[in-house]
Design a protein around this ligand. Structure first.
Ligand code: 1HN
Length: 361
């Protein structure tokens, strides 16, 4: 959906006094003239007020550790430092539709069981030995694993690790808030009872096979709730060796719901990509703003929109956000692996997803 060229709208004329008086008069009846806001309501192209932002892990981590001294996981319920878009401070949002945060759990702690209609994803950043339990099954968390908490499933986290475990939380909180459709409950149990052996969901659905008689246990959400890094990494490496490498994305795969081939969650798409050593990418932009977690290596991304320019040098465990319709261009001298998530499934369901891949540069 590349927009056709069209005439630029005339700038609004300054309001004449009799119009202003009229606007004041109708304001008393909770009415407002459309013609005063039309151009900003229906912009010629996406005009987000979100800005790109980079969170360097070496700057963030000490604050995560300080949070551990100030509050327990139990008291906090979820000990998360929210990654707030600098243009949306106070809204607990990294883009207009998405929440991102870094959660930390210490050895022996429990983040108590609850459920909510908001869907959550976890991407493990640091530490091994924590688990998350979803609907009666536990899964170990290892760096690079992508884990899902489907809408309205009980979930709790715990840790038998020796060290802190940190992960990126991605939720559709602002989207559900937009629809005023959120429900939540606290479980009577701190930790839910384990009713299935670890690995059951993956064995059932994670090997290009599915139980002969099955229904979708989590509705529109994937029945696999842990996608181990090992598998994703292996796939990217094989594709990188075999080529070809996409000039914009490097080698990029999307995670799927094996029952549908679609995205793993109805509201969020997740991706993992590898930029091979020496990658000098072409610029692109898309309507779905995306949050990135750097898994391995180093690289840089230059982001542009209008007169705004940003350049982020990133390395493993850093996080950054590229908002809607910002032009991004990746480079990596030594190669890197990036996880990302966005609200693309919703754009596509509504038929409004747009992407432009520039050839120049
Ligand atoms: C939540 O339940 C989790 O379960 C993480 O780990 C982050 C942010 C807002 C609301 C609920 C979790 C959350 C959250």
């Amino acid at each position: 959906m590349t927009p056709a060229t069209s005439a630029k709208p005339a700038p609004p004329e300054p309001s004449r006094p009799e119009r202003k008086a009229f606007y004041d008069a109708i304001s008393a009846y909770s009415m407002h003239p459309l013609w005063e806001v039309l151009h900003s309501l229906v912009p010629q192209e996406p005009a987000t007020n979100c800005v790109p932002c980079l969170w360097k892990y070496n700057e963030v981590r000490p604050h995560l550790m300080r949070a551990c001294e100030l509050i327990t996981a139990e008291e906090a319920v979820r000990r998360v430092l929210i990654l707030e878009n600098p243009a949306l401070r106070g809204q607990s949002a990294v883009t207009q539709s998405l929440f991102a945060g870094l959660q930390v759990i210490l050895p022996g702690e429990i983040a108590p069981s609850h459920r909510h209609t908001q869907s959550a994803l976890r991407f493990i950043v640091e530490g091994t030995g924590a688990y998350t339990a979803v609907d009666g099954e536990r899964t170990a968390m290892r760096p690079g694993d992508f884990i899902i908490t489907p809408s309205w499933t009980w979930h709790d986290h715990g840790s038998a690790a020796q060290t802190p475990v940190v992960w990126l939380d991605g939720l559709d909180i602002p989207m559900i808030r937009f629809f005023d459709a959120g429900f939540a409950q606290t479980d009577v149990n701190r930790s839910q009872a384990v009713v299935r052996t670890e690995g059951t969901s993956f064995a059932r659905y994670g090997n290009n096979m599915a139980p002969v008689r099955h229904d979708a246990p989590f509705g529109a959400t994937s029945p696999i709730f842990s996608y181990p890094y090992e598998r994703s990494r292996e796939a990217l490496s094989a594709l990188e060796r075999g080529g070809p490498v996409d000039p914009w994305d490097g080698v990029k795969l999307r995670y799927i719901n094996p029952l549908t081939g679609g995205y793993p969650m109805p509201t969020m798409a997740t991706f993992m990509q590898s930029l091979p050593a020496g990658f000098d990418g072409k610029p692109y932009r898309q309507t779905d703003g995306a949050v990135f977690s750097v898994v391995e290596g180093r690289g840089s991304v230059s982001v542009e929109r209008g007169d705004g320019k940003w350049n982020f040098d990133f390395s493993a465990r850093d996080h950054f956000v590229i908002p809607s319709w910002h032009t991004a261009r990746f480079k990596s001298e030594q190669g890197c692996v990036l996880f990302s998530f966005s609200d693309r499934p919703v754009h596509q369901a509504l038929g409004i997803h747009a992407e432009e891949r520039m050839v120049a540069g």
